[in-house]
Design a protein around this ligand. Structure first.
Ligand code: ADP
Ligand code: MG
Length: 344
């Protein structure tokens, strides 16, 4: 985790700037100042946030308090969070945020037949992408961890999280960022905002119009291998007045180990990082938590199974960028309803 933090922050800031530009881009040149749109930016959960909304007053303090509350539930990097206390076996008590996250995670685990699984944490740690230091990932270690992995080995019962084995660890990273966008969006709506865009680490919830009275524009980044994240070329732009969208990719968080590429998406069934031609998965879903978890599930499943899964789900779309070994080019595979969201 300590590796290249500055590069990661640089990467995240670059994405933030990109989304900023898109959010403000407009086809019409409106000279009227829109004094009621606020822009709040900062860092949270080891990533950036970039939140825009129309309101009578700035709400950054309220938003930050909401994010701190969220961190105190679901961040594995906060040793006193609900999820950390459960991981440390100091408590088995859950809270509302944890329970909502858990229900989404369980649903996506079931839909994806275990491709998405929050009990993957010990493997994520072993491969060096988690909240504990990386160890050499020997087959022996992987074999010893596998009995601790499996979403059916945990359950939620009357505000208690039950584990079949005390050594089971949970990692909500692949759903929490998206869920935090839902929570901030709910907060803004409860405060009377109808026009907003909440972007936390590239996961987005938007509603209404931007300050130029246009639908919000959100870029889908080209999946170019780049651990510094300075590459922010846009592959496509999604425009909407009401959407939850998340992207997973293996082009920023990876390393090479003896010539083998290791990415941060782990297949819970094999214990190994996934390594296939699906470079990034962008998902639109009824909630951003669901979009986020589905995006990771798709990265595990690979493009064919991912497309099948997404086509089965209501109000859910995908935009998959796949490396085609025959043409040696990236190609796009998208669900039937995705075209509706892409810029004409
Ligand atoms: P991305 O933007 O690529 O989706 P995320 O941070 O949202 O990145 O999710 C990746 C993180 O999810 C990993 O760093 C790891 O903590 C966790 N993770 C990896 N594989 C899985 C999996 N199969 N199921 C659930 N979580 C996973
Ligand atoms: Mg994600």
């Amino acid at each position: 985790m300590k590796r290249n933090i500055i590069a990661v922050i640089g990467a995240l800031a670059a994405v933030a700037i990109l989304i900023t530009v898109l959010a403000f881009s407009s086809e019409k040149n409106n000279t009227e100042p829109s004094l009621t749109y606020h822009v709040n930016q900062g860092f949270v959960f080891g990533t950036y946030y970039n939140i825009r909304y129309e309101a009578p007053a700035d709400l950054q303090d309220t938003i930050e308090a909401c994010l701190r509350h969220f961190d105190f539930s679901l961040s594995t990097f906060n040793p006193n969070s609900t999820i950390s206390l459960i991981n440390l076996n100091k408590s088995d008590l859950t809270d509302d945020l944890f329970e909502n996250m858990y229900r989404v995670a369980e649903r996506v685990s079931e839909w994806s037949d275990g491709a998405f699984d929050i009990t993957v944490a010990p493997l994520v740690n072993l491969w060096g992408f988690g909240f504990k230091n990386r160890q050499e990932a020997t087959q022996e270690r992987i074999d010893s961890i596998m009995p601790l992995v499996g979403y059916k080995k945990i359950s939620l019962n009357d505000h208690h999280l039950l584990k079949q084995d005390k050594r089971i660890l949970l990692d909500a990273s692949a759903v929490a960022k998206g869920y935090s966008c839902d929570v901030v969006a709910d907060l803004l709506r409860s405060l009377g905002c109808n026009n907003y865009l909440v972007d936390i680490g590239g996961e987005v919830v938007c509603r209404g119009l931007n300050d130029q009275h246009q639908p919000w524009g959100i870029g889908i980044t080209k999946p170019v291998d780049d651990t510094t994240g300075q590459q922010t070329d846009i592959q496509a732009i999604v425009r909407s007045t009401n959407l939850c969208m998340a992207t997973s990719g293996n082009y920023r968080q990876f390393y090479y180990d003896n010539g083998i590429r290791r990415s941060h998406t782990i297949n819970p069934r094999t214990g190994y990082p996934v390594n296939h031609s699906l470079l990034s998965a962008t998902i639109i879903a009824p909630s951003c938590a669901q979009a986020d978890a589905l995006a990771t599930a798709c990265m595990v499943l690979g493009d064919q199974k991912a497309l099948q899964l997404i086509e089965q789900l209501n109000n859910t779309e995908c935009y998959l960028i796949v490396f085609d070994s025959i043409s040696q080019q990236n190609i796009v595979r998208q669900s039937k309803g995705m075209a509706h969201y892409l810029k004409k």
